[in-house]
Write a protein that binds this ligand. Structure first.
Ligand SMILES: [Zn+2]
Length: 78
């Protein structure tokens, strides 16, 4: 079955969310990850770039922005 991760982690390097070194939107953990794709979150600009290049090579790069995976998370509700 599709693994629904109980803990978010970087889809490039596997760094768990809330780990040291994870980049958060506006630097605040409650704002969610600073980088993500439709395949998951990304910990840093480096991984975002690596992911982008991989997707471009694969030909699976999306043309529109990915939906924010944190929009459905209760801790981002306003
Ligand atoms: Zn990473």
């Amino acid at each position: 079955m599709l693994a629904r991760p109980d803990a978010y982690r970087c889809s490039e390097c596997g760094l768990p969310y809330r780990s040291e070194g994870f980049w958060y939107y506006q630097g605040k953990i409650e704002n969610g990850a600073a980088y993500w794709s439709d395949r998951g979150i990304l910990c840093s600009p480096q991984c975002s770039l690596a992911h982008h290049r991989k997707r471009a090579t694969d030909g699976t790069l999306r043309q529109e922005p990915a939906p924010d995976p944190f929009e459905v998370q209760p801790f981002t509700q306003r």
